[in-house]
Design a protein around this ligand. Structure first.
Ligand SMILES: Cc1cc2nc3c(=O)[nH]c(=O)nc-3n(C[C@H](O)[C@H](O)[C@H](O)COP(=O)(O)OP(=O)(O)OC[C@H]3O[C@@H](n4cnc5c(N)ncnc54)[C@H](O)[C@@H]3O)c2cc1C
Length: 434
């Protein structure tokens, strides 16, 4: 006999979409349980939130409208103006849930302009405070030092600084001075950290931080030019990046921030931990088990088994991500949604049985149907079956499992997860009353 637990809203998936959905449904008074096995794309991401961007560098809310107008399959279009207006509230809710990483958003509604660990620049609506150095705000007398660490494999301060100068002003002089700064610091003589992840574990030790701060300060003295700002690889501790930054700023007198991370990303892991901690602080129960089976009766999901427990949900939010999250897979040779076996769509055709190679286009600039494939759903985010009928009246979907957008290319990835998570949590609660 299994333990049975009745819940108002069962959220399947503990990435950004699932966490926001759970927080929203809970704030509206529902009893929520989240199934949140480790992993997923949120934990791999740079930890910054892309909402929408445009060549005109207009506020992200305007760019969202443009995207919705140009692509009727995009979730921003499918949820309509009535859904899109909730983006700011949804982002604020994420700030509350992921309090541990202090997500920052500009008051004026514009994107931040940030430097990445490749030396490129990227615009995004929210960023962890540890990476908040808005390049568009710097004066011409700023001197930005890109810091390389001798003991960290795979990061060249010289190349990143050079690339950053180019990214800021291709073929022209950069709007402020950017210079590489090499610091002689390693785990022990002759050894290396193979990734920022390894280095971040070392920087959880306060003694290592003190010693690194001293080496950084010595490197500044030796270089002959005083930087105003320092940009480091994203490795400043898994637990307390802002604490480490405080110590480095005190020692060097510079503003210290991290570059936007590349995978496997320490800020992505910080975001995942902050979400878990945030859900706990809100009193929301989480369980690290995957769904094993479910029961459907009279067009409603009436039972979900996970980790040996049989949940009896009134409503369900599916937020299992796409290929990295595990929400969609082609392990069986068929592109399938993994929990309920829902069909996968590319625009208005079901591609469940398509050969994956046929869903990839020639060049990176071309549309890639494999990346935009996903669930098709009504305006309340309820997924369709292969006949374009609702699969279940009490099922709502959110995040990367939804089709119609290419997360990386559209620069809307985590924005979609935040907005649709917020809406799905609200619709799930509302359907309890109906
Ligand atoms: C390397 C990389 C960098 C990125 N950088 C950015 C960026 O800078 N900005 C940005 O906006 N976006 C970025 N993205 C995209 C972004 O991370 C994803 O679009 C987003 O995280 C998707 O969130 P989600 O909550 O929908 O899914 P996920 O975060 O993938 O979460 C899915 C969850 O569902 C769970 N799950 C899956 N199957 C089951 C099951 N059967 N039962 C129970 N639980 C299950 C998983 O364990 C996981 O908890 C990046 C992605 C990658 C890979």
């Amino acid at each position: 006999m299994h333990e049975t637990i009745p819940v108002d809203v069962l959220v399947i998936g503990g990435g950004v979409a699932g966490a926001v959905a759970a927080a929203r449904a809970s704030a509206l008074g529902s009893k929520v349980v989240v199934l949140a096995p480790a992993g997923g794309a949120s934990a791999l991401s740079s930890g910054a939130i892309d909402v929408a961007d445009s060549l005109a560098a207009e506020p992200w809310a305007n760019a969202m409208q443009d995207i919705a107008r140009e692509n009727p399959w995009h979730p921003y279009a499918r949820v309509g103006e009535a859904g899109r207006v909730h983006m700011r509230a949804a982002l604020s809710l994420l700030q509350d849930v992921a309090k541990g990483v202090s997500l920052c958003m500009r008051e004026d509604g514009h994107n931040h302009l940030l430097a990445t660990q490749f030396g490129t620049v990227k615009r995004c609506a929210m960023v962890q405070k540890s990476a908040l150095l808005d390049l568009g705000e710097l004066w011409s007398d700023a001197v930005v030092g890109v810091v390389g660490v001798s003991g960290l494999l795979g990061f060249s301060a010289k190349s990143v600084a050079q690339m950053l100068r180019f990214s800021l002003a291709p073929g022209e002089e950069a709007p402020f001075h950017v210079m590489p700064l090499e610091v002689d610091f390693a785990p022990s003589p002759g050894s290396l950290w193979r990734s920022p992840l390894e280095a971040s574990a070392a920087l959880d030790d306060p003694l290592v931080v003190q010693s690194f701060a001293k080496s950084l300060s010595e490197a500044i003295t030796a270089c002959g030019r005083s930087p105003t700002h320092l940009l480091l690889p994203a490795f400043l501790s898994r637990q307390n990046a802002m604490g480490v930054i405080g110590i480095l700023e005190q020692e060097t007198g510079c503003i210290v921030r991290e570059l936007l991370a590349t995978p496997h990303s320490v800020p992505g892991l910080r975001l995942a931990s902050a979400l878990q901690a945030g859900l706990k602080a809100l009193g929301i129960e989480t369980c690290s088990a995957k769904v094993e089976s479910f029961e459907l009766e009279a067009h409603k999901i009436v039972g979900v088994k996970a980790g040996g427990i049989f949940y009896i949900p009134k409503t369900v939010v599916l937020a299992t991500g796409k290929y990295l999250g595990g929400g969609i897979s082609n392990h069986t040779g068929q592109l399938r949604e993994q929990v309920f076996g829902l069909p996968i769509w590319e625009k208005d055709r079901v591609v469940t049985e398509a050969f994956v190679g046929d869903l990839t286009a020639g060049g990176p600039a071309e549309a890639q149907p494999l990346f935009s494939a996903g669930l098709v759903y009504d305006e309340q985010l309820r997924p369709y079956n292969a006949y374009k009928e609702l699969f279940a009246l009490n099922l709502f979907a959110a995040g990367a499992v939804l089709g119609g957008f290419e997360p990386a290319k559209d620069a809307t990835a985590l924005g979609v997860s935040v907005l649709t998570g917020y809406l799905a949590g609200g619709y799930a609660k509302r359907s309890l009353q109906g």
